[in-house]
Design a protein around this ligand. Structure first.
Ligand code: C5P
Length: 303
């Protein structure tokens, strides 16, 4: 089995380094089934990694510390999720070797794209592979689920059905249809707090999971265009109501020709899909001219 990384083998010599990519995701669907007694919510969500990635470089340090350096200075500290993943592995195996982690951040932070969760999974996999640590995929999955609900998905990436609080993963061997060949991400200039979005849900936002099941069936049967009404995100109503900038961005995307628009995760990033590159590029340019942060991406298979 190969994992979500394009890791190179550690180089020999005094300064051993290991590079890894950490991809973003979108939620094609996100059904919230209801609130659990542990405070989390039960979900059914279909996630897909997309071609927007952070680059992580690990270097064995000369002491036993974990040092974090990030292109965004406010993330250059021990609370960075990548550093927490490295500490989790060191504690789990009582490792004394320290590591310097350099993180070239490109994925917008707190944006519904799973950037931090992807970084955690990438560090777990990279340290395991680089140092050839005795950790099975089950060990990694348990550690990943302890770090966060989205983290286990990023151990494999690609297209997957995620259930429970998001940590129960069924990888899907299907490709997105050609109508979804190009994916535009639009990140309104705000950050959103995931716990607050979940807290603002009301009973009317809960669903029976039929949207995710219907999209799953359409993907399984190889439909070129799963029914648009099934592209549902239970968090969208609460986010659009609470953040007018997201509602405005949605209107602006539809106005310039996006066939449909959906929130990814708890937002604020919105996405739309296109079969045709020139149409996607035109929409990108028009939104960029309006001042939006826009990314033109595509689905990434599990590596
Ligand atoms: O698991 P993670 O730490 O990423 O979750 C962040 C927060 O999002 C949780 O503390 C919880 O408030 C909310 N959440 C939830 N149900 C989920 C996943 C996340 O309520 N399935």
């Amino acid at each position: 089995m190969r994992y979500l990384s394009d890791a190179t083998q550690p180089t020999s010599g005094a300064e051993q380094t290991y590079f890894v990519r950490s991809y973003a995701k979108i939620n094609l669907t996100l059904d919230v089934l209801g609130k659990r007694s542990d405070g989390y919510h039960d979900l059914i969500t279909i996630m897909q990694t997309v071609d927007l990635y952070d680059t992580i470089c690990l270097t064995a340090s000369k002491d036993s510390s974990v040092r974090m350096i990030c292109t965004q200075s406010e993330l250059s500290n021990d609370n960075n999720l990548a550093a927490r993943a490295a500490q989790a592995i060191r504690q789990r195996l009582n490792l004394t070797q320290g590591v310097d982690i350099e993180l070239h951040k490109r994925i917008p932070v707190a944006a519904g794209l799973g950037g931090g969760s992807g970084n955690e999974a990438a560090v777990l996999l990279a340290m395991r592979d680089w140092w050839q640590l005795p950790l099975s995929i089950d060990d990694l999955q348990t550690m990943a689920a302890n770090l966060g609900s989205d983290v286990p998905f990023f151990l494999t990436g690609g297209l997957a059905l995620c259930e429970g609080r998001g940590e129960r993963i069924t990888p899907l061997a299907y490709r997105l249809p050609s109508s979804m060949r190009w994916i535009i991400l639009v990140k309104p200039a705000i950050s959103v707090s995931t716990p607050i979005v979940f807290r603002n849900l009301t009973a009317q936002d809960y669903s029976d999971g039929s949207a995710s099941r219907s999209v799953l069936a359409a993907l399984t049967e190889g439909h070129n265009q799963p029914p648009l009404e099934d592209f549902h995100n239970s968090l969208e109503r609460s986010v659009l109501q609470q953040y007018p900038q997201v509602a405005q961005a949605r209107e602006d995307m539809l106005h310039v020709g996006a066939p449909y628009v959906q929130l990814s995760g708890s937002g604020p990033t919105l996405f739309s899909t296109f079969s045709n590159l020139s149409q996607a590029a035109q929409v990108q340019q028009q939104l960029h001219a309006q001042g939006y942060e826009v990314y033109l991406t595509r689905a990434i298979p599990p590596v």
